[in-house]
Design a protein around this ligand. Sequence first.
Ligand SMILES: C[S@@+](CC[C@H](N)C(=O)[O-])C[C@H]1O[C@@H](n2cnc3c(N)ncnc32)[C@H](O)[C@@H]1O
Length: 231
Amino acid sequence: MDREYWRRRWREGRIGFHQEAIDPHLLRHLPGLADRVGAAHPPLRTLVPLCGKSRDLLWLGEEGHRVTGVEIAPEACALCASEQQLSPLSPPAGAERAWRRDLPGGGRLDLLQGDILDLPTPSPDGEGDAGPGWDLIWDRAALIALPARLRPRYAGHLWECLRPGGAMLLVTAEDDSAEREGPPHSVPAGEVDRLYPEAERTELERYEQDRSDGDLTTFTIVVHSLIRPAR
Ligand SMILES: C[S@@+](CC[C@H](N)C(=O)[O-])C[C@H]1O[C@@H](n2cnc3c(N)ncnc32)[C@H](O)[C@@H]1O
């Protein structure tokens, strides 16, 4: 599962994961998590890994948060920048290209083109009063987009990005077919616990969802909050 795979999918328009609406789990759980994260909201320094051209980015910025999306496929970044009216910016360390849009109400959206694993940790520094690191990470169709061999490195990296006391909102899918070709991949709750051993994990939702791709009829959507204990 490499960059070329994702570039091809974006070029061919095979982006069934993209949602035209704001993710309903984010809408439901952001207020509670913002309360939990405390000190810095708004703006919450919010990282959206493997962001595609998600509409959640702009929505979070419009809510007054400081949002950074990281996306590896140049095709996705170009679409995101044009659809969300971002202006080019000189790229920070770890990014190949960057775009920004300042939003009324103090919110801001940055888009970084690059590999999430190249994003320096912990960042950002000096914004907000809660110390270095991100206040919130929004992982939708990101962990479950990665094959098993890449997940430990990805999760370890994200954990380093999150500030102590910060929160991750994570949506996973589970089914009973470990062999099924992904993405999306099945990532059971037990694996989430192994990937994030220090997290205080709470299941916020668990429900069955119909699948449209054939042999399996349903899979289980699980919404987790992962809190990084304050030091
Ligand atoms: C399943 S899509 C989900 C996109 C977005 N989260 C959404 O909800 O629409 C996964 C995205 O991750 C991007 N991606 C894959 N590996 C990446 C990496 N190592 N760093 C940054 N982006 C990556 C792909 O190009 C693709 O756009």
